[in-house]
Design a binder for this molecule. Structure first.
Ligand code: CTP
Ligand code: MG
Length: 231
């Protein structure tokens, strides 16, 4: 096995974007002159960190083949799955012939177009020698409450709670195994949770707050503002 692992990017992009209430999946909505997914993939490809970017696309998706990026030689396409974790596993499987167990995979949501190359480099620098890997995350500026039916039960120690972002960076073999073993488990809402269930301890790397996930209509204007600020 080679000493220096290869880096791969995996982009789940097979969601329908229900909360966006738009006429098309949110990754295809216009944002600052391109679609959301073109910004996201552009950031990953331009970083120069990855051998390939594997994108999970729904089989009923008429928008993807229309984009130039779908024929970019650094981009490969895999069929999407029912849940996000299924889409990620499908994209990992599509790398099966070329990726090694020890390689690193950075899984990044198609709906996060404001990821900076600086954050990718920071994550790789922080975790590149780790046994397990970890995720970009944000601390909370607000006081946090645990509630039951809108009744406050207690105040949570803010320093113990972080918001999980992407990229989520794990070893190819370990991640594929964890997602395969936890398939169908509704508690697996990100890659880290699959590893946690397997008994591993992923790490946190503080990310930038402009790495938002486009979820609701008002997020598009915010993303446009952040992209403008970054240039
Ligand atoms: N995703 C995917 N396959 C699925 C579901 C989601 O690849 N079966 C992707 C989405 O395309 C998105 C990322 O996972 O890039 C994060 O998911 P989310 O923000 O929840 O997107 P959607 O599921 O599309 O949105 P919603 O939950 O509002 O329907
Ligand atoms: Mg979703």
């Amino acid at each position: 096995m080679s000493d220096s692992p290869t880096f791969w990017a995996v982009v789940p992009a097979a969601g329908v974007g229900k909360r966006m209430q738009s006429d098309r999946p949110k990754q295809y909505l216009p944002l600052a002159g391109k679609t959301v997914i073109e910004h996201t993939l552009g950031r990953l490809v331009d970083s120069g960190c990855f051998a390939k970017v594997a994108v999970a696309i729904s089989q009923e998706d008429p928008y993807w083949p229309e984009l130039d990026v779908s024929s970019n030689p650094f981009v490969i396409t895999a069929p999407g799955g029912k849940e996000r974790a299924d889409s990620v596993l499908s994209a990992l499987n599509s790398l099966g012939d070329t990726a090694s167990e020890n390689d690193w995979v950075l899984v990044h949501d198609a709906a996060r177009p404001c990821l900076t190359v600086a954050d990718i480099h920071a994550q790789i620098a922080a975790l590149g020698h780790d046994e397990v890997g970890g995720i970009l995350a944000l601390s909370s500026h607000d006081t946090l409450k645990q509630v039951d039916a809108l009744n406050i039960e207690r105040t949570i120690d803010r320093s113990t709670v972080w918001r999980a972002l992407t990229p989520q960076m794990f070893r190819y073999g370990m991640l594929k195994h964890a997602l395969t073993e936890t398939q169908g488990n509704p508690a697996v809402t990100d890659e880290a949770s699959a590893l946690e269930i397997q008994g591993f301890t992923p790490k946190i790397v503080e990310g930038r707050p402009d790495n938002i996930k486009i979820t609701r209509p008002e997020d598009l204007a915010l993303a446009e503002f952040y992209l403008e600020q970054q240039t």
